[in-house]
Design a protein. Structure first.
Lengths: 69, 291
């Protein structure tokens, strides 16, 4: 696997981590009503969205530049 | 002597040599870290109720370090892409950013996170003396809620000499919030956000204590696993940073001017290692900080 491929795998795992943290923060907020966890959830889910957007941008850029190793 | 297949691919593997080498190395690393993660999981599953610490790590700081490592993966891959496009100046800046991310990660770990643990104290109370410290442990409240019992009192140790001086008969501890107000429902679960010790001081008699120590590897299987895995991970980060520094120095520009594809391949191999190290952290962070 090339660095390009491994990077995409890494971004997928990072996105899953951000989604997991976001989900757990939402769960704590729903159970206990702690607003700081809601803020954590929003930040985590926003990070997940940014990572997905970056991942798509990176894949397209690599494809456009024909960087294949 | 000319080393073959540094740029061109071998006819039998279809890969240049260093790429085969790095993947074989990473396979051995998977076994190393896999063994340590397995040990952690089995130790945790086998821990008696109340004996596995929770909420002792600083989650916001861990989150920041996670973001820094993710950022460094982005910059190293952009550095490699810049080399492929023969843009050395951009490569230089991206590589500098990667090095800085690695240095910040290590600094936070070694200057802030680990020392904060070394300065924290915990005392496991003997089972027969637990009732004497009910006001700090809140085990009646925990039992009523179906929670595991609290067996340890933690906080900042005021009389640190008590650890080694047998003439000092008790530990004076500025209690952590969980022991300062144990029946507060907010203390029923581990906290993701760091809560410093309170001003409430407890005196714990040494004869009531089963085991007392600072938060060092000997404190518990949890901290032994934590320091082993994060320490080994930190050494990998340090190794990666040193390689990147070499690739960032002017000596690499000479290689770039002679054979840019060779330098790009070196960066790709180092980048694969770096991604592996970062991926390990993606598993370390939730295992130790969140779950």
């Amino acid at each position: 696997m090339s660095l390009k491929g491994f990077h995409i795998v890494f971004i997928i795992f990072s996105t899953l981590l951000a989604l997991g943290i976001g989900a757990s923060c939402i769960w704590v907020d729903l159970v206990e009503g702690a607003p700081i966890y809601l803020a954590g959830a929003i930040l985590s889910l926003a990070a997940a969205v940014v990572l997905v957007i970056y991942g798509v941008w990176f894949y397209r850029k690599m494809k456009r530049l024909r960087i294949i190793t | 002597m000319e080393i073959p297949y540094t740029v061109s691919t071998r006819p039998d593997t279809g890969l240049w040599n260093a790429k085969v080498g790095i993947w074989l190395f990473l396979a051995s690393e998977v076994m190393l870290f896999g063994g340590l993660f397995s040990a952690y999981i089995f130790l945790r599953l086998d821990a008696p109720p109340g004996m596995w610490p929770h909420g002792l790590l600083n989650v916001p700081v861990g989150t920041m370090n996670t973001a820094i490592l993710i950022m460094s993966s982005v910059t190293v891959v952009l550095a490699w892409a810049a080399l492929k496009m023969r843009r050395y100046r951009a490569y230089w800046w991206y590589m500098l950013a990667t090095i800085l991310c690695g240095v910040i990660f290590l600094t936070v770990k070694l200057v802030y996170e680990w020392p904060q643990k070394f300065d924290h104290f915990g005392a496991y109370i003997k089972p027969e003396a637990l009732g004497n410290y009910e006001q700090y442990l809140g085990n009646e409240h925990a039992a009523a809620k179906g929670l595991p019992p609290r067996l340890e009192i933690t906080g900042h140790l005021h009389n640190r000499a008590a650890l080694n001086d047998p003439n000092i008969k008790d530990y004076e501890v500025a209690l952590d919030p969980v022991n300062a107000d144990p029946i507060n429902p907010a203390m029923d679960r581990p906290h993701f956000f760091y809560m410093p010790p309170t001003d409430k001081i407890a005196k714990i008699e040494k004869e009531d204590v089963q085991y007392a120590t600072m938060f060092l590897p000997k404190h518990s299987a949890y901290f032994a696993s934590y320091f082993t895995i994060t320490g080994l991970h930190g050494m990998h980060v340090l190794g990666g940073v040193l390689v990147f520094i070499y690739m960032w120095l002017p000596v690499s520009k000479k290689l770039y001017q002679r054979n840019p594809e060779h330098l790009a391949n070196r960066v790709e191999v180092a980048g694969l290692f770096w991604h592996f190290v970062d991926l390990i952290w993606i598993f370390v962070f939730p295992l130790f900080y969140l779950l």
